[in-house]
Ligand binder design. Structure first.
Ligand code: GDP
Ligand code: MN
Length: 385
């Protein structure tokens, strides 16, 4: 009898201990956001340091621009990507743009929030413009069969293709392929540098890449290249070949077909420049050849029924419409978009960077940069022999 009572007490005591434990652990969890800001308010009061507005960021002065090319950064981005982009923008400013003050153009399919504007403005002295994408350029065109589209989204999703089931990703790829350069905010520029949230710039860029490409007649540049997933572009090459046949006048004789095909155009070797980084000439995309090319591809529906990326589309166009010397590899610009990095290998360049050259992707078997370098050096050798 006595023993039983003892066990009862023990159970009650354990229950009390457990409840006390619960009480203290819940009380130890993070205070709510409003409680946190109250604490910071108290701290401010204690320190009695008034928070001043930073004058630099509040009086943008247009005449500060030092880079003289008609050029800007162009960033297609969602409001939700703000904090990832801040890290990128900080690096871009520190490594390059604080000396040049090239303007930024942010583009979005929905309006930018005041928060987005405030936080991006605080990172630069350069001019920033925020643009809205015309609805028509971010919608499914009427010649697309929406039922078939639904089926294909499901199919690609089930096949485990990255972004296979995403419609917004398709709008993004189609917009970057065919429309960004037509945005009215870009009308005043000839050159652009595409930047994405989260990418890293590892090296001091103490030259002006825009002026460099302008002065060397370069129209398209890259830092990373790789091979496309074939499941995303089953009919792309067939469509490109039809275009070449229909419009042979647009194909440059001194082209880079060798970069994108290992059998003289019969098949696509999947090599492309990774377009999340691009410094280029907007007039390449505004050219009659490219506009016809984009329209031809767009009408075939592959941006929707398949998942054609802007990287293979831009790369194939650059390889077909440009001369060999007009595509350039920017070895000096250390760069990473997860998971691939270009980190310069030469010591004199490395000394200006903070990346690990042993993690360089350039000569990986999935990269095409080695192939590009071989091709260009062979061509230079023949030309300047
Ligand atoms: P990934 O690099 O192929 O994995 O694709 P991301 O998700 O990085 O998208 C490429 C670029 O387009 C990034 O700059 C994104 O911020 C932007 N982006 C992607 N989807 C959307 C979208 O629905 N709306 C807007 N405004 N930007 C987008
Ligand atoms: Mn990205």
């Amino acid at each position: 009898m006595i023993r039983r009572t003892n066990i009862k007490y023990l159970v009650v005591a354990l229950a009390v201990i457990y409840l006390l434990h619960l009480y203290f652990t819940t009380n130890n969890s993070q205070p709510s956001l409003s409680e946190q800001s109250e604490s910071y308010e108290k701290l401010k009061f204690k320190l009695e340091i008034p928070i001043k507005e930073d004058p630099v960021h509040n009086n943008f002065n247009h005449t500060r621009q030092i880079g003289k090319a008609k050029a800007c950064f162009v960033i297609l981005i969602r409001n939700g990507d703000l904090h990832e982009f801040r890290a990128t923008m900080r690096q871009l400013e520190d490594r390059f743009n604080h000396k040049y003050n090239y303007p930024y153009v942010f583009l979005n399919d929905v309006p930018f929030t005041e928060e987005f504007k405030k936080f991006t403005r605080a990172l630069t002295n350069a001019k920033i413009e925020y643009g809205l994408i015309p609805k028509k350029q971010w919608s499914v065109p009427d010649y697309i069969d929406t039922e078939l589209l639904e089926e294909r989204l499901e199919e690609l999703e089930d096949d485990g293709v990255m972004y296979g089931g995403s419609l917004s990703y398709r709008h993004m790829c189609r917009y970057e392929s065919g429309f960004f350069f037509r945005h009215k905010l870009l009308d005043k520029y000839d050159y652009y540098w595409r930047v994405e949230p989260g990418v890293q710039f590892y090296c001091n860029i103490d030259f002006d890449p825009f002026a460099y490409i302008r002065d060397h007649d370069i129209k398209y540049t890259f830092t990373v290249s790789l091979r496309e997933y074939p499941e995303t572009i089953p009919t792309l090459w067939k469509t490109v070949k039809e275009f070449i046949k229909k419009y042979p006048q647009y194909i440059e004789k001194d082209n880079l077909m060798e970069f994108i095909s290992d059998d003289n155009g019969k098949t696509y070797n999947l090599c492309h420049f990774w377009s999340n980084f691009e410094i280029g000439d907007l007039n390449l995309w505004r050219s009659e050849a490219y506009l016809k090319f984009f329209d031809y591809l767009d009408r075939k529906g592959g941006f929707f029924y398949e998942r054609w990326g802007d990287a293979p589309v831009h790369s194939i166009a650059a390889a077909l419409f440009l001369k060999k010397h007009q595509v350039h590899f920017f070895n000096e610009i250390g760069y990473k978009h997860e998971p691939f990095m270009h980190c310069p290998r030469e010591e004199k360049l490395q000394l200006k960077c903070h990346c690990d050259p042993n993690k360089n992707f350039d000569f990986d078997s999935y990269s095409c940069t080695g192939k590009f370098i071989d091709l260009v050096s062979k061509w230079k050798h023949e030309k300047f022999r």
